[in-house]
Design a binder for this molecule. Structure first.
Ligand code: NDP
Ligand code: GDP
Length: 323
């Protein structure tokens, strides 16, 4: 029997890679799309992967519970992946209430819609390493205490615990993936890796003279989105729902990540990188480093792509895109 998957956030980076992964596995895939006056661009990532025509796109919004109930009742999914969110940390200080409504309460809306229409379906929540914030252990595991440092991280923490709570309260197969930063050529341009690879490509092609960044001493555990969506799927194939850290186990400064990108493009970092104090955040997450041991032991999952290979892929893609 063909399995059906429903993805919120299907137009985002992970949504696109996950949809591709599930189509290759033979799933019927549908996804929630926010209605936009520029509809021709909101499936740009799905088009990039060549899968736009293979997914059923349904208008809706995480804030609209009645729409979610109707949609999920119609789709009758076996698996629901909740990837939709206001996902950019910096914007969450600008729009803290919206971030709370979408990134936190939106999770409850999806869980409620499922509880009312398909409580047997399996649920994946896109939790985030940002929940660790001011880290309480050098390497973060599933049991490390959380200390969120932005409205985004606070909202994700709610989403994480409401997922655990629906599992414990109603016996739902609800899992939460605590994913560390993951990137790709489809990453939003506002995130630092993509900002760097796009900026380097522009400088290389003579379209820009400088790249302005904020705190380049921050450290992140960066993996590839294509690898990480497989972990999401693996979580939903387990007999028992659970929570997993998904990470590479290596942390790198923004500065080192920039050096990899500049060097790959043959562009001088000293001549073009400018530090802009305006780009520092009200509260910073200085370092994140995940311990993916549980995912390796229980899911048989580990990251495949190195930071270097991923940055090379992103720089090359941005040079092609801009050429
Ligand atoms: P993106 O920002 O690329 O995608 C977010 C998606 O959410 C988009 O499809 C967006 O739609 C959708 N969305 C936003 N608001 C709403 C709303 N009100 N109703 C319905 N859909 C909405 O994020 P990623 O793909 O990178 O990340 C996927 C998920 O994983 C997110 O929840 C993110 O917070 C989380 N996460 C990501 C990490 C990462 O490093 N990438 C790390 C840890 C967690 P639209 O296209 O219309 O904007
Ligand atoms: P985040 O971990 O979800 O906030 O992912 P980002 O890619 O947005 O940021 C990663 C780190 O890069 C954070 O510590 C930022 O402060 C730092 N950083 C430094 N300069 C910039 C910049 O210009 N843009 C972004 N997005 N981040 C920057």
């Amino acid at each position: 029997m063909t399995k059906r998957a429903f993805i919120t956030g299907v137009t985002g980076q992970d949504g696109a890679y996950l949809a591709q992964f599930l189509l290759e596995k033979g799933y019927e895939v549908s996804g929630l799309v926010r209605r936009s006056s520029t509809a021709e661009v909101n499936d740009v990532r799905l088009k990039w992967l060549g899968i736009a025509g293979h997914i059923q796109l349904i208008d809706g919004d995480l804030l609209d519970l009645s729409g979610l109930i109707r949609t999920i009742r119609e789709v009758r999914p076996d698996e629901v992946y909740n990837l939709g969110a206001q996902s950019f940390v910096r914007s969450s200080w600008q729009q803290p209430l919206l971030t709370g409504q979408v990134t936190a309460l939106g999770v409850t809306n999806v869980l409620e819609a499922m509880r009312l229409t398909c409580p047997e379906a399996r649920f994946y929540q896109a939790s985030s390493s940002e929940m660790y914030g001011l880290i309480q252990e050098d390497m973060q595991t599933e049991t490390t205490p959380f200390y969120p440092r932005s409205p985004y991280a606070v909202a994700k923490l709610y989403g994480h615990w409401i997922t655990v709570n629906y599992r414990e309260s109603f016996g739902m197969h609800a899992s939460s993936g605590i994913l560390f930063n993951h990137e790709s050529p489809l990453r939003g341009i506002e995130f630092v890796t993509r900002k760097v690879t796009d900026g380097v490509a522009r400088i290389k092609l003579g379209l820009a003279k400088e790249l302005r960044l904020g705190n380049i001493d921050a450290k992140r555990d960066w993996g590839h989105s294509r690898d990480y969506v497989e972990a999401m799927w693996l979580m939903l194939q387990q007999e028992v729902a659970d929570d997993y850290v998904i990470a590479t186990g290596r942390t790198t400064t923004v500065r080192e990540m920039c050096e990899i990108a500049f060097q790959h493009a043959g562009v001088s970092i000293d001549e073009h990188l400018v530090i802009d104090p305006e780009l520092f955040r009200p509260a910073e997450v200085d370092v994140l480093l995940g311990d993916p041991s549980k995912a390796k032991a229980k899911l048989g999952w580990e990251a495949k792509t190195t930071l270097e290979d991923m940055i090379f892929e992103m720089v090359d893609a941005d040079i092609r895109r801009l050429s």
